[in-house]
Design a protein around this ligand. Structure first.
Ligand SMILES: Nc1nc2c(ncn2[C@@H]2O[C@H](COP(=O)(O)OP(=O)(O)OP(=O)(O)O)[C@@H](O)[C@H]2O)c(=O)[nH]1
Ligand SMILES: [Mg+2]
Length: 208
């Protein structure tokens, strides 16, 4: 083989080797699709559902949020998961329809304004217990979000746990619009629970 051709051949082999090495080191095939979870989010009016979820979506402005009259769908990325959160209004009239929106949920987030009066916390407990008994929700992982921790007189997670006195074991998280990272971390714990609650086939598929 003439020298020039031998040189071209060697260069081609080197290029293929370099490209293969690059693919092995940098490109790990198709990205694994993100796991999605459907979540129902409830809680009395003014407990901060819309505000906190807006902040979790990465938006900064929560100044013009009005009471939710029906429901909103929010998509939030937490870790490598997408949470499709159905946030239902907590006003007196809307509460009666909460159960119409439960089907298809894989997890529940229940918001509490931790600074509320004892009377309103007991009212919140009443709705929480009723929702916990629902057939669509009772076997799912629950996160009780003790929100508004920044407000004066806000009760701690332990105090809210005592007031709620639930039979079911639920996750509890403390947060406020000023500590969104705490809410994110609580959502991460909920994701772990939802993975545990998934069927073995689904879990295996997501570990590929
Ligand atoms: N200080 C303080 N205020 C909050 C917090 N979360 C929400 N708020 C305020 O509480 C009010 C009600 O908040 P929303 O997010 O609309 O409450 P919601 O639970 O969505 O209410 P509904 O849609 O009626 O069910 C707003 O003025 C918020 O700015 C919080 O963590 N700390
Ligand atoms: Mg709302």
């Amino acid at each position: 083989m003439p020298l020039l051709e031998r040189l071209q051949f060697t260069c081609a082999i080197c290029r293929i080797a370099a490209y293969t090495l690059y693919r092995r080191l940098c490109c790990k095939g198709n990205p694994i699709p993100k796991r999605e979870f459907n979540i129902t989010c409830i809680g009395l009016d003014n407990s901060g559902k819309s505000s906190l979820l807006t902040l979790l979506c990465g938006e900064d402005d929560i100044s013009d949020i009005s009471p939710t009259t029906g429901f909103n769908i929010r998509c939030i990325q937490v870790k490598n998961c997408i949470l499709n959160i159905k946030e239902i209004g907590g006003g007196e009239k809307v509460r009666e329809f909460w159960s119409h929106y439960y089907q298809g949920a894989e997890g529940v987030i229940y918001f509490v304004d931790s600074s509320e009066t004892q009377e309103n916390l007991l009212l919140s407990r009443e709705y929480l217990r009723k929702a916990l008994e629902n057939n669509h929700l009772n076997s799912l992982p629950w996160l009780i979000m003790c929100n508004c921790q920044d407000k004066p007189g806000a009760k701690s997670v332990e105090e809210i746990q005592q007031i709620m006195a639930l039979d079911k074991s639920c996750l509890f998280g403390a947060c406020s619009i000023k500590s969104v990272q705490d809410a994110r971390e609580a959502c991460e714990r909920l994701i772990e629970e939802m993975y545990r609650n998934s069927s073995p086939e689904e879990t295996a598929l997501n570990q590929v």
